[in-house]
Design a protein around this ligand. Structure first.
Ligand code: NAP
Length: 329
């Protein structure tokens, strides 16, 4: 137990650009309730959704000021009276918290805390929450087609969610095809278990995807940039296939007639809408991946807490993604 009363944390006083992410050195250390765990944060995950909320353009915004960040990893500092699974000193990861992750301490409900396996670093642990749970939910949405022997195209596989999709898809016995925008990204996608990788910046790469499926097209497409790719996805999906939209940053024109020809399904999700039975299923997949060792986040870059504005700029504007962006306390 640290006994500290104050901590450094990012505070957002007004919605706006990355510059509104300010370090406050005197934020009170949160106090856990009976069912909560206080974690001394060593690493906090940065996710695209953090930037949407910070900008004020997103639907789900709470009272100001606030500390951003859902995902973290660190050491248990204190537990509430009803907490049974954790004790001070345990190394843990946090998939959702109540006080904000971009801080030296965070509190989370016991049900949103997991033991960090010894083969993962704190930075990797901070990459488990939103990315891995979203990847897991994408396969729940594609359930009808998740069968060994079927093919999934992870369209945008080099990012935090995409790499988790590659690993989960492989573990489920699917043949995984993945795209990235650089050779480095493609190599990483292959290293994480994809059978083939393609460059989504290269002209004609879609023909190569079709060739890799003997012309039939993938049975599942998990889409990270639907505003660019949805129309193409609807053209190349196998008959009766499922397209799961995970990410989109704008509008797109599509030909609805393709749905008739392909008898395909286009679906999507927002992680926070997951019903309780899907949360149980997601926990099971993540915990199996951690126990068996096949789920390993890849950290692209670590930033200091005061570099949170840079992390927000880079996660939205950079190309050549190779995994998670993490703040180190
Ligand atoms: P990330 O780590 O920044 O990865 C972005 C991915 O998109 C990279 O693989 C990038 O590849 C790829 N990409 C860039 N241009 C592309 C193109 N033309 N076609 C296909 N892919 C392309 O982000 P993330 O955390 O994985 O999240 C991915 C998206 O899902 C974001 O938009 C995020 O907001 C969204 N998301 C949604 C949910 C939900 O609940 N629905 C949950 C989590 C995330 P290169 O950089 O190699 O080009």
């Amino acid at each position: 137990m640290s006994g500290r009363k104050e901590m450094r944390a990012i505070r957002v006083a007004n919605y706006g650009g990355p510059e509104v992410l300010q370090v406050d050195p005197k934020v009170p250390v949160p106090v856990p309730s009976d069912t909560q765990v206080l974690v001394e944060v060593k690493a906090a995950g940065v996710n695209p959704v953090d930037t949407y909320i910070r900008s004020g353009s997103f639907g789900t915004t709470g009272p100001l000021p606030y500390t951003p960040g859902a995902d973290a990893a660190g050491i248990v500092s204190k537990v509430g009276a009803k907490v049974t699974k954790f004790k001070p000193g345990d190394k843990v990861y946090v998939i959702r918290n109540v006080s904000g992750g971009y801080a030296e301490f965070t509190v989370a409900e016991e049900s949103n805390v997991g033991k960090l396996p010894s083969h993962l670093s704190f930075s990797q642990g901070a990459g488990l929450g939103i990315p891995c749970y979203s990847a897991s939910r994408a396969f729940i949405k594609a359930k009808g087609k998740v069968k060994p022997g079927n093919t999934v195209l992870v369209h945008g596989a080099s990012g935090a969610v995409g790499l988790a999709c590659v690993q989960i898809g492989k573990a489920k016995g699917l043949t995984v095809l993945g795209t990235a925008g650089t050779k480095e990204g493609m190599d990483l996608v292959l290293k994480h278990g994809a059978a083939k990788a393609f460059n989504h910046k290269e002209q004609g790469y879609i023909d190569k995807v079709l060739e890799a499926t003997n012309g039939t097209g993938p049975d599942i497409i998990i889409e990270m940039l639907a505003n660019v790719n949805l129309d193409t996805d609807m053209k190349i999906i196998n008959k009766g296939g499922i397209i799961v939209v995970v990410g989109s940053r704008g509008n797109v024109e599509i030909a609805p007639r393709l749905l008739m020809f392909k008898e395909s399904i286009v679906t999507g999700f927002a992680l926070w809408n997951a019903p309780p039975e899907e949360i149980v299923e997601m926990h099971q997949v993540i915990s199996e991946g951690l126990t068996k060792g096949w789920l390993v986040p890849s950290v692209q870059k670590e930033y200091k807490l005061e570099e949170a504005p840079l992390a927000h700029e880079e996660i939205i504007n950079n190309t050549g993604t190779t995994g998670n962006r993490i703040l180190i306390m």
